[in-house]
Ligand binder design. Structure first.
Ligand code: SF4
Length: 321
């Protein structure tokens, strides 16, 4: 097997909860609690879970936009969190983040060409005379036209803005792209276009994606493997086909039951979960899902289920499996 592009081992990210004038730490938000992920070059891993499951924090910690609490993150064998600021800066172009709302990261007074090209100059990846050609190439790869280069952010539609966000990442020639809910703010028809663009760019450039979404139907078309997170922990990982054919964890089954099936006769019974996701400051004991699981038993309240391989590289954390 080739060397993994990204290895995340037992990652934890806790945010302190402080109180009083002295900002005394009175607890922790356990946003990410012992997550492991491996991505081979050219692979797309879909990280799925409800809002508050910690999936975005995983992405931000991998990119060292926030410090980790424990665990290890290796990109091409390099421990990202042990790099000096200068070393981190050198490696940054190879790992890029695409946001849900690219508009919020664009300065309304800066032309798109300059917004896309500025990172090239910041990182010293080309000379000033080469920027325009590289930006035009990135725009074209993302389905935008050369005349867009001199326009301002407000002149674009939501789908076009997401294309700009992708072009901004792409121009740096990255190997890993972490896309955090990149289509959830878009209309369904535009979502399909952007997912197709991700897929096309992966084929032409051999990109590796960590694709973060709350919606299993979004990752279904793009991802070769999928991980399902709940309250900071991984509940199940499997290949896309295996997960859709044979979901084992009750939480995955509930998420899957909300995914529409193209053949109306094959109706899935909708599993509606009761209540909201609990607070990560004080997560439930034992299996974190037990407060909402329709199959919870006594053991689920007291013992944490082991995340174990049940065959075919299918891992699940549930006492019943
Ligand atoms: Fe449900 Fe128990 Fe399995 Fe958790 S361990 S998912 S509570 S059956």
């Amino acid at each position: 097997m080739p060397e993994a592009l990204l290895e995340v081992n037992h990652l934890k990210k806790y945010f302190p909860v402080t109180k009083g004038l002295l900002n005394r730490t009175v607890g922790h938000v356990k946003a990410v609690d012992d997550i492991s992920i491996t991505l081979q070059p050219g692979e797309t891993f879909g990280l799925v879970g409800e809002s508050g499951s910690g999936k975005s924090t995983v992405g931000r910690t991998i990119l060292r936009l926030t410090d980790k609490t424990a665990g290890e993150i290796k990109f091409k064998g390099i421990d990202i969190h042990s790099l000096s600021p200068a070393e981190l800066r050198n490696i940054r172009p190879q790992m890029q983040l695409i946001f849900q709302d690219p508009y919020s990261s664009l300065n309304p007074r800066v032309r798109i060409g300059d917004a896309i090209g500025e990172a090239l100059l910041d990182h010293g990846l080309c000379s000033r005379s080469e920027v325009r050609d590289l930006v035009l190439e990135a725009l074209a790869a993302c389905g935008l036209s050369s005349y867009h280069i001199d326009r301002f952010p407000h002149e674009f539609s939501g789908g076009q803005r997401q294309r700009i966000g992708i072009a901004r990442a792409l121009v740096l020639n990255p190997e890993l792209i972490i896309a955090d809910e990149p289509v959830s703010a878009l209309d369904v028809s535009i979502q399909a276009q952007i997912i197709n663009l991700f897929s096309k760019l992966q084929q032409s450039r051999g990109l590796t994606y960590l694709f973060i979404s709350h919606d299993l139907s979004v990752v279904e078309h793009l991802c070769s493997r999928i991980g399902v997170m709940y309250l900071g922990s991984m509940m199940e990982t499997a290949s896309r086909d295996e997960l859709f054919k044979n979901p084992l964890h009750p939480y995955t089954k509930a998420l899957l039951s909300a995914v529409p099936i193209p053949i109306p006769k094959l109706k899935r019974e909708r599993i509606v979960l009761k209540g909201d996701i609990p607070s990560p400051v004080n997560p439930p004991s034992g299996c974190k899902f037990h407060t909402r699981c329709p199959f919870a038993q006594e053991v689920c309240r007291s013992e944490i289920p082991v995340f174990r391989d049940v065959g075919s590289n299918h891992f699940v954390a549930c006492h019943l499996v």
